[in-house]
Design a protein around this ligand. Sequence first.
Ligand SMILES: [Zn+2]
Length: 187
Amino acid sequence: MLFDSHVSILLDTGAALVNATTPGHDGTEPVGAPTGRALQDAVREAISRDDYEATVSPATARALAQVGTDVRAVYAATDAGDLDRAAGLVNELLERTGARPRLTHTETGWDLHFHGPDQTVARGWAAGLAAGLALALGSDRGGRLGVCAADPCDRVFVDTSRNGGRRFCSTRCQNRVKAAAHRHRER
Ligand SMILES: [Zn+2]
């Protein structure tokens, strides 16, 4: 396994939060930054899982949307190969979120988790997401944080492929680029 399951959840959640809250392009579709009720729904969907349904107030949604913007900057830096900039941004995030490690007992034993100064949804997740990025960058896997290469798409992804060669956010974008390359060759 590339990342342990807790780190994987943090990284996947960070990518989902970026894609749900930051404006840009999803495939060829322009997307705006959601606001109000739509933002609350987008954030709740990004951080909830099968076994965890988050409660997201308007203030929590706005706070985590800001974190989404900060996390996107880290992806943009790693995707550009600028790990120094990415590390600086993550250190700032760790500082700001007050992320602290804590051993938590789960059904499989003791796991290293990361908490914020308190366990509110906004501060708990902000700290956890910052710590997940720090673990990825600190384990020489910063290059696994990617931005879709299928112009104009700018959705982000965590590359968990064996060879680390993933370039697209989705098979939809991959197929679009493949089809365009094929048409180009035909001409
Ligand atoms: Zn894409």
